[in-house]
Write a protein that binds this ligand. Structure first.
Ligand SMILES: *Cc1c(COP(=O)(O)O)cnc(C)c1O
Length: 219
């Protein structure tokens, strides 16, 4: 199927309350432009350098989300324009975003990335760390960021029940934190598991290959 057909098919599967973040990593600016022309405005990239290359070549009303691990020394490049940083996985990073956001007279939206997968390698806060960091935020320690929600990735497995249990764990934390201060965004689900994520409460999904096709890392 073409990018256009893929995009339409994904949009048809999403309930109206679910936001689509089109993940364009490794795909050329021309492909982003094609999806933009179909009406999509929210795009996700996982690497700062790739985002910095694409950003100036594309329309200014795109809302860019960073979805990959972010080093503190690169926050300054994103701070002038990034819409949402979905991958906040430490207090140090949150403090840096707060600082650079202030320098730019902005309030940058962020999601706390929480480790829900069984796999070792995935970045993210432990649930207890996420609670502590959110508590600090509620106590106004980071005035130039707005924590709008949580992001998580399920284990890469065929075990649908395990995937759902992991999503439900994040939904439970979302509901708990939402009692302390209002959250809007529960970002979970990718090309292979977004329907399950939505059933478990996701209202934002990050879909790449199901729109743009498979990624070619050899180039
Ligand atoms: C690449 C990526 C996605 C999209 O993955 P697909 O399987 O291509 O949909 C979603 N979230 C994160 C954090 C990613 O790095």
């Amino acid at each position: 199927m073409s990018i256009k057909e893929n995009y339409k098919s994904i949009k048809d599967q999403l309930p109206s309350h679910v936001q689509l973040v089109a993940v364009s990593k490794t795909h050329p600016v021309s492909a982003v432009r094609e999806v933009y022309d179909l009406g999509q405005r929210v795009f996700g990239e996982n690497k700062v350098q790739e985002l910095m290359e694409k950003y100036p070549l594309l329309p200014q009303d795109i809302q860019w989300h960073l979805i990959g691990h972010l080093q503190t020394n690169k926050v300054k490049y994103l701070a002038p324009f990034i819409d949402t940083i979905q991958s906040v996985d430490s207090e140090k990073l949150l403090a840096e975003i707060n600082k650079e956001s202030g320098k730019n007279n902005r309030v940058i939206k962020v999601l706390l990335q929480v480790k829900i997968a069984a796999e070792e390698s995935k970045f993210g806060l432990e649930i207890s760390e996420a609670k502590d960091l959110f508590q600090q935020y509620v106590e106004s320690q980071f005035p130039n960021v707005e924590i709008t929600g949580l992001m998580g990735m399920a284990t890469f497995t065929d075990d649908e029940q395990q995937i759902r249990n992991e999503f439900l764990k994040l939904k439970g934390l979302f509901d708990e934190l939402n009692q302390l201060k209002t959250l809007n965004t529960l970002s979970m689900g990718m090309s292979d598991d977004f329907p399950a994520a939505i059933e478990c409460g996701a209202n934002s999904v990050r879909v790449g290959s199901a729109i743009f096709g498979r990624r070619d890392y050899s180039k």
